[in-house]
Write a protein that binds this ligand. Sequence first.
Ligand SMILES: [Zn+2]
Ligand SMILES: [Zn+2]
Length: 694
Amino acid sequence: MAQKIRSADGLLQVIPPPGHPAILPKKGESNVLITSALPYCNNVPHLGNIIGSTLSADVFSRYNRTRNRPTLYICGTDEYGTATETQALKEGITPRELCDKYHVLHKETYEWFDIGFDYFGRTSTPLHTEICQEIYQNLGKNGYLEPQSKDQTYCENCGRFLADRFVEGICPHCGYEDARGDQCDSCSRTLDAIELIKPRCLVNKSHKVVARTSTHMYVKLDTLQPQTEQWIKNAARRGKWSPNSVINHDLEIIDARMKAGLVPAPLTRDLVWGVPVPPLGREDDEIMQTKVLYVWYDAPIGYPSITANYTPEWKQWWFNPQDVNLYQFMGKDNVYFHTVYFPSIQLGDKRDWTTLFHLSTTEYLNYEGGKFSKSRNRGVFGPQARETGIPSSVWRYYLLSTRPESADAMFSWADCIAANNNVLLNNFGNFVNRVLKFVSSQYQGVIPESEDLAGPLSPNDSEDSVFISDVNRLLHEYITVMDAVKLRQGLQTVMAISQLGNGYLQSSGLNKALMISNPKRCAQVVSRAINLIYVLSALVEPYMPATAKAILPQLNAPPRAVPDVLSTDILAGHTIGTPEHLFKKIEESLADKFRDRFGGNEAKAATTTTTEAAASATASAKPKAKGKKDVAAPVFTGVMTQEMISKETEITQQGDKIRSLKAQPKSPETDARVKEEVETLKRFKSELSQLQFP
Ligand SMILES: [Zn+2]
Ligand SMILES: [Zn+2]
């Protein structure tokens, strides 16, 4: 099919898609390094975790790629520490086996949500050990480590110190019998295990637990504090931090711990599952040699160590503050560790680290009038999202449009379905489909000669000056808010632009009658609308990569960069692909089925109001009826069965197989194989359509 696309520097996307072999920063360019908080490896993530870090970081990294900036997005599982040891004990497997299991569950969940890490690694690697030990030794060399001895609970039968989670006993405050080593569930005071009366070993209650002195290595955060404070103030100004729990709008430190004066923090633990403490060449080496580094110390080092597992050139990213801006995404409870604790460690290490440039945090996402709760089976956890049959694009759209940026947000099935039906289907999908169908049916799929010159459209255009200026204004807004990591606002802007597109079709009266009465104007409207769709494909890519991927073959065009202004890039004579619906309607009645399946019906009183709100939003957001019949797309009517899910997986894999075949050099053999595999794909699709919703 004839492709006629303007060639200009920076028009197309040149940064490879996520996961391509080693992307490295380029001197003199704005290089972007992105991390999302490392999920802990003893459970599966829920939607709140996903929106807070991994999904948000994914949107921002995809955005930077559409701006042709060298971008690296790194994440992985945080694997060491007592929480993994405890969970492994419960499941009767080794910590390593537990981490292997949950690492895969996390990876699969993120893959389904289309989260495009360049690399998703883990902290239990030899390189991680090496880097953690090197930093520790530098802290020692620079005089920031000191040993402290304290009494700790020790089990004589197990022959080891008991971490907080391995001990229970009587609460010294309220007398509750089963207080945990770190907290009493009855009076909810925080405890130190050594305070418990009659402490018991959780491995076996009959074990003899005693107090024994243990020596640990501490990092002198107090000595580092003046440097850390100075660094925070500079970084907050430079990276335009939003006010957070550590620093306020006037660049005053408000963190309670810093105001009271930081105290030395322990870096070591009496555990087995962790990074061994390396020698410092001092006399206390001997007592330290059986211990491991504390998980709070080693977890943030996971960012550079996972990068080291991705590329041997990792130092180009992590020791390059001049050329690299580091953006970190996390839940609000993680701010201290990213702005105070880890930067202090980097300062104490004294090498020229790339340090935090901008942090993005979110508040909490709640679920149907309550909280997510794994134990009470409330909410959607990890791989369950796909069981709904709602495509990952729609999930992403809904989660990002409710991203809890300044206050807690509420997940509701009714709102999720309304978002799909009212915004994605009626606004965005309608615009794209209506234009493509018109070109396909009226112009045999070939863009007509509009007499628009290739390149930017003039905002003083005799016909469309208002439309063009409005699009350009919104494009400028999109770029501004995205650069400031205001992701929810960015998404609103994308939908406002497609709404402009719908308004444009309406006001210019695009239809067959126009084509007959004024062919020149009709061709112009078509050209401008098609080029707006091309822009939208890039704007929507960060939010809904699968949707962008579906639009491009319909346009028959390669991925483009986000432009500064609307321009004529798809030219007359270009042949488009086959128009297909981007979204399906979801039956509103499904909200009830989802609440039965995932919890939430117990809070029905609370959700009625949201449903009503969604219904009134529907009424106001509905676009005018023109071209409405084009919207009659397939409909979802039920929760997917296991069989449907596995069939869908087969279809995805088959699609990948065909794409990789097509990427091979052309020959009669590969052509024949492609044909064959396409037949199989068609068969899978028809088999899926035969399966019935329960
Ligand atoms: Zn014991
Ligand atoms: Zn108590």
